[in-house]
Design a protein around this ligand. Structure first.
Ligand code: FAD
Length: 318
């Protein structure tokens, strides 16, 4: 079932959802199940599974020459989605990215998802490779999430890349896209970022999931600005509890999000690892309760594969 239908059917009640990462290569799928099991009692409406692009390393041979070796640390997004749907009878949402994919490969991946009965997708551009200064699409690939949404919408309308296919079957994906309450780091201004977001929605995106934020006011302002320019789809807040002191430095660097001074102070005041976790979880509970009271459609938690913190939050909020 489509995420938008879950939201509609919930009749204003805030739903619970989670995002997980595929296991590191060589690890068993049971590590995923072990992370989901403790959260199932809170009845997640859906489980997002991130997609991790191939990276390359240069390996020097003994003879002095070098070879480029592909490394993919977390393969298996689509298979994990199918396994989750099969085991838990819950919607799984694969993240699909532009980076590393030609349009033909994207089309084939979408056909696989359609055959597996996966109805929902989160369409993303993906980040540039560590070796690139700016995002480089494949020569025949989508340049940004807008083009990817357009490709999915075309397939939903029965338009595949090969225009000569006879009576191609229309897919029926419900497509979500990313939104940034604190602006995407590459966007020149809030206004241009919002305009691109509006174009993704106009192209067929039916809901938005936000980047993590620690100050609810940023989310409320973002939603207001979206509504002002005619973005009327559900905007799902993404939340992550801080669970160690290093994250105070790392999260703003990776996700371009500001951490409020009050949260920094309470994390810094904590003297044990457990006290740090408690402070981070308390903050996310406070955020969650305020967002829920404001009537957000879903509270979406970035679990990063660790269920304990999300479990404590969900026990208090749902
Ligand atoms: P886009 O919407 O394409 O935007 C990228 C930038 O280009 C923005 O600055 C935007 O303003 C600008 N822009 C957009 N359209 C145009 C245009 N037509 N012309 C010029 N500029 C334009 N990454 C992963 O690799 N795997 C994941 O699983 C993953 N999951 C994520 C889940 C969520 C909820 C979020 C918020 C992010 C996720 N990311 C993931 C990270 C994401 O891929 C990066 O933030 C990436 O840099 C941007 O992706 P996007 O889809 O927002 O890009």
């Amino acid at each position: 079932m489509k995420i938008t239908e879950y939201i509609k059917n919930s009749q204003g009640k805030t739903l619970f959802s989670i995002e997980i990462l595929p296991p590191l290569k060589g690890k068993s799928i049971h590590s995923i199940f072990n992370g989901i099991d403790p959260l199932m009692e809170f009845k997640p409406a859906f489980v997002d599974v991130t997609y991790h692009r191939e990276e390359y390393v240069i390996r020097r041979r003994n003879d002095g020459t070098s070879e480029k070796i592909s490394t993919k640390k977390r393969p298996g997004t689509v298979a994990i989605c199918a396994a989750i749907m099969n085991k838990y009878k819950v919607e799984a949402v694969p993240h699909i990215i532009c980076g590393g994919f030609g349009k033909e490969e994207t089309e084939n991946a979408l056909i696989d998802l359609h055959f597996l009965g996966i109805d929902n997708i989160l369409a993303l551009r993906g980040d540039s490779l560590k070796t690139e200064t700016t995002f480089q699409p494949e020569p025949d690939g989508n340049h940004n999430a807008l083009e990817l949404v357009q490709q999915i919408t075309n397939m939903n309308n029965g338009v595949y890349l090969d225009l000569e296919l006879t009576n191609p079957f229309p897919t029926s994906f419900c497509t979500g896209v990313a939104g940034y309450p604190e602006k995407h780091f590459e966007a020149v201004s809030d206004a241009s970022d919002l305009n691109f977001l509006k174009r993704k929605v106009d192209a067929g995106a039916e809901y938005i999931v936000t980047q993590m934020f620690f100050n609810n006011q940023k989310y409320f302002d973002f939603v207001k600005k979206c509504r002002e320019i005619g973005i009327n789809v559900p905007i799902i807040p993404g939340l992550k509890p801080i669970t160690n002191k290093k994250q105070l430095e790392i999260l703003p660097q990776i996700f371009y999000t500001e951490i409020p001074q009050d949260l920094v102070n309470s994390i810094n005041k904590a003297t044990t690892d457990q006290a740090v976790k408690d402070a981070g979880i308390e903050w996310t509970i406070m955020q969650s309760k305020e967002l829920k009271a404001a009537g957000v459609p879903v509270l979406h938690y970035y679990t990063m594969g660790l269920s304990e913190a999300t479990r404590r939050i969900a026990s208090d909020v749902f």
